[in-house]
Design a protein around this ligand. Structure first.
Ligand code: DX5
Ligand code: ZN
Length: 223
């Protein structure tokens, strides 16, 4: 049975007390911490990289760090993210158009002991290469972006649920993650489409009661 996973993105946390905010959100019921790494090239924003992940790992030993790599050269950071304490490494399919590069990177991530994830921007469709990777058992999770990657606090794109629905129909046990604009107000749409891994930044950190936001999200996905 696939599990419901709530993975708050700390991009909306107070970055000056990232460790404390991350611990709090775990105490409030979150399963994973979603870490948005941005290079100012693949997306028009900069966030943080392996040194910050390492500092966080030094303070939190046993939680899954879901690293969302919004970078143009994801093959350059596998080793550093693993060493820093990353648990899952999700790269964008747009960065590896060649099959050899795509499968090579998946194998490298696995060889280094992390879970593999593939992210799709809103304008990117499900493809034969992606399906091939899933069927071959090389992909642990597919991340469907529901905003253009780069910033927290954007509006949820409900039309992305088509992709979530297709993946869920074709792969009942696959981890399907949604990221961007997900909140208590639209969680039922995400649940209905079949996503089971929920990323939310502002929807958790700016909710007056984050514990309650996480509870409502989990209940919706579970039911
Ligand atoms: C956007 C990031 C998201 C972001 C989500 O590029 O990948 O993880 O932090 O923020 P919200 O939930 O506020 O849209
Ligand atoms: Zn993200």
């Amino acid at each position: 049975m696939r599990k419901t996973i709530i993975a708050p993105s700390v991009l909306s946390a107070n970055l000056s007390c990232l460790l404390e905010d991350s611990r709090n959100v775990i105490d409030q019921g979150a399963d994973w911490i979603h870490l948005d790494v941005m290079d100012g090239h693949f997306v028009p924003n900069l966030s943080f990289g392996p040194p910050v992940i390492k500092s966080l790992r030094d303070g939190i030993s046993d939680v899954f760090f879901d690293c969302h790599m919004m970078v143009s050269h994801p093959w350059n950071w596998v080793e550093a993210v693993k060493k820093a304490g990353g648990s899952g490494y999700t790269f964008h399919i747009e960065t590896t158009p060649e099959e050899s590069q795509f499968f090579g990177l998946l194998n490298d991530i696995r060889a280094k002991g992390m879970k593999t994830g593939i992210a799709l921007k809103p304008g990117t469709q499900l493809s034969e290469m992606l399906y091939d990777g899933i069927r071959r058992g090389l992909i642990d999770m597919v991340l469907i972006m529901t905003v253009e990657p780069g910033f927290s606090g954007q509006k949820f794109m409900a039309d992305m649920m088509e992709k979530v629905r297709s993946l869920r129909r074709d792969f009942p046990e696959l981890n399907v993650e949604v990221d961007g604009g997900v909140k208590v107000e639209n969680i039922d749409i995400v649940a209905d489409a079949g996503a089971n891994v929920i990323v939310s930044a502002t929807g958790v950190f700016e909710h007056p009661n984050p514990r309650e936001a996480i509870r409502v999200m989990r209940e919706s996905i579970d039911s």
